[in-house]
Write a protein that binds this ligand. Structure first.
Ligand code: URA
Length: 266
């Protein structure tokens, strides 16, 4: 039973909707079978007497409006203010399932900013981006070119964990993007690196996949900031596909060269 619960939790099933189990198989077995000859007959109401009242469903408008997050983000004059505004924001469904806000890690004065996709399980528990196995690999990749978290700033496209580590939906990305954009503006990095498909497609506004985009520097304009940006492979992908580490190494070397060309301290 514990193993089953653990499996559910890892898959993102972490909220009890009712207090006692409901046997949906019994209900569907009791329903009439076969195609109705003329018109659909109304289904018999499910016996509700023994069923406790369901908790109110967590809802969010399907076309939630990013203009709210844009205005909130624009009003934040410092990273601390932005963190507080994001912590208080309740409009993103992801927040309701997450343990806490995962705002950023690293040095806010850094000249290099890395952008990931969204917190995973460990990041959700600690409130810091890239602290799980992928994060440890990222640390080793950075160390290989003389960097560590005192020299970079790390944030994610969405600051709350998507249940079961699924990709954030386009709507969640649209809602949270103004927060990330404002972070870029407040940090004003000299170089930016996107880690994997999700931040690459979101920030470069492209449908091209990361394997097509990686390794190529492009200029990104985000609010008032214009910054050279390099897409590279996501560390979690590298863990699953170690043969791709050679490409990631090429990208790290390219970052190192760009640091020298842009007088970024390593
Ligand atoms: N993957 C991400 O994209 N970000 C994290 O913070 C952790 C894993």
């Amino acid at each position: 039973m514990l193993a089953a619960l653990d499996w559910y939790r890892a898959a993102g099933v972490d909220l009890a909707v009712v207090e006692t189990p409901v046997d949906r198989f019994a209900a569907s077995a009791a329903a009439p079978r076969g195609r109705p000859a003329v018109a659909p007959t109304p289904q018999p109401a499910m016996p509700r007497a023994a069923e406790p009242a369901a908790a109110p469903p967590v809802t969010i408008s399907l076309n939630a409006d990013p203009s709210e997050t844009r205005a909130l983000a624009a009003g934040a004059q410092t990273l601390d203010e932005l963190r507080a505004v994001m912590d208080a924001y309740d409009g993103c469904l992801l927040k309701k399932r997450a343990t806490q806000l995962c705002f950023a890690d690293g040095n806010p004065d850094a000249e290099i900013m890395l952008v990931g996709e969204g917190p995973g399980e460990q990041e959700d528990l600690t409130g810091k981006p890239f602290v799980g196995r992928g994060g440890q690999l990222l640390d080793r990749m950075l160390a290989a070119i003389g960097l560590d978290r005192t020299k970079v700033y790390i944030a994610n496209m969405v600051p709350w964990r998507p249940p079961g580590n699924r990709n954030p939906t386009p709507e969640e990305l649209a809602l949270c993007a103004p927060f990330l954009h404002r972070q870029v503006e407040l940090v004003a990095p000299k170089l930016l690196v996107t880690l994997g498909n999700v931040p690459t497609q979101a920030l470069f506004e492209t449908s091209l996949g990361i394997t097509r985009m990686r390794g190529q520097w492009k200029t990104l304009s985000i609010n008032s900031v214009t910054v050279p940006a390099l897409p590279t492979l996501h560390p979690a992908y590298l863990l699953r596909t170690p043969a791709s580490k050679a490409m990631a190494w090429q990208d790290m070397l390219s970052l190192k060269r760009a640091m020298q060309e842009n007088s970024v301290a390593g």
